[in-house]
Design a protein around this ligand. Structure first.
Ligand SMILES: [Zn+2]
Length: 273
């Protein structure tokens, strides 16, 4: 039988590198998507460290409730090593020694198995993450995104594992903060409350394309009686991607200095400062 400790070491070895530059955004998205559905402990994604954003939070050291290697568990499950399920918790450590930040994880697990020739039983846990603190950001933000919007995105990033609908609600609140930042009033001329729907309609007169994106986030974030089915973390991530595109359009990084220098080089027909 292959122990879980051996499996953890193999998973860690497979996460020794990390893509950089333009690949990073796509890689981050794929890591978060892996976490959003139940996955084998072999497939733990190398998450970007939310503290330094350079290191990688590799395969975690995990403690399992009802661990198959524990004799007490054998008695409880009638010596069936494939039966254990329950909770797990653990910690991830940043691969950058100078950072060394921790993230704490927890969730539920079940046991999956496969029999190999020679009567060798391979067991592994199938993990369903319910909390990661601090949580990896569920979307990439340009430096120009205002702090009140950023706070709501952080809130969504922490909520998404435990309560995807609540995360969608936080994304909806981020849209309210975007309206604040664009001076769209929250009250009408009589001091009455303006709904987010009303605010987005006013915003649409300034920026139709982005307003259309943000309106979709509003509908999903309304939740409650309007939601026809339970929302999954994957669904909430779909909504986060819409927010990311909208914020990318509204708060694009300022590249005017680079454009101006290109003009100077063209004028001089050589490299100039
Ligand atoms: Zn770090």
């Amino acid at each position: 039988m292959i122990s879980r400790a051996d499996q953890g070491a193999r998973a860690a070895a497979s996460h020794c590198g990390y893509p950089s530059g333009s690949n990073r955004r796509g890689a981050m998205r794929s890591q978060i998507r892996t976490l959003a559905k139940p996955f084998s402990e072999h497939d733990w994604p190398g998450l970007t460290c939310p503290t330094c954003r350079d290191g990688v939070l590799g395969a975690p050291s995990i403690v399992y409730e009802n661990d198959a290697r524990d004799p007490a568990t054998d008695a409880k499950f009638d010596n069936d090593p494939t039966a254990p399920e329950g909770g797990f918790h653990g910690h991830l450590v940043c691969s950058r020694q100078r950072c060394g930040a921790w993230a704490v994880i927890g969730g539920r697990y079940t046991t999956d198995w496969q029999m190999f020739p020679g009567n060798i039983l391979d067991l592994w846990a199938v993990l369903e993450v319910k909390t990661i603190l601090p949580g990896p950001s569920i979307l990439e933000l340009s430096p120009g995104v205002p702090e009140p919007v950023r706070r709501e995105i952080d809130r969504a990033s922490n909520l998404i594992w435990l309560d995807p609908q609540a995360a969608a609600g936080a994304l909806r609140s981020a849209v309210e903060r975007v309206m604040d930042d664009h001076d769209i009033p929250a009250e009408d001329s009589n001091g009455g409350y303006l709904t987010l729907h009303n605010r987005l309609q006013k915003f649409k007169q300034k920026n139709q394309q982005t307003a259309t994106l943000l309106m979709a986030v509003k509908w999903v974030g309304n939740g409650g009686v309007h939601q026809s089915a339970a929302m999954s973390a994957d669904d909430a991530l779909d909504t986060a991607e819409i927010v990311e595109v909208a914020l990318g359009a509204l708060y694009a990084p300022d590249d005017s200095a680079i454009r101006e220098r290109a003009e100077r080089i063209n004028t001089a027909k050589r490299l100039v400062p």
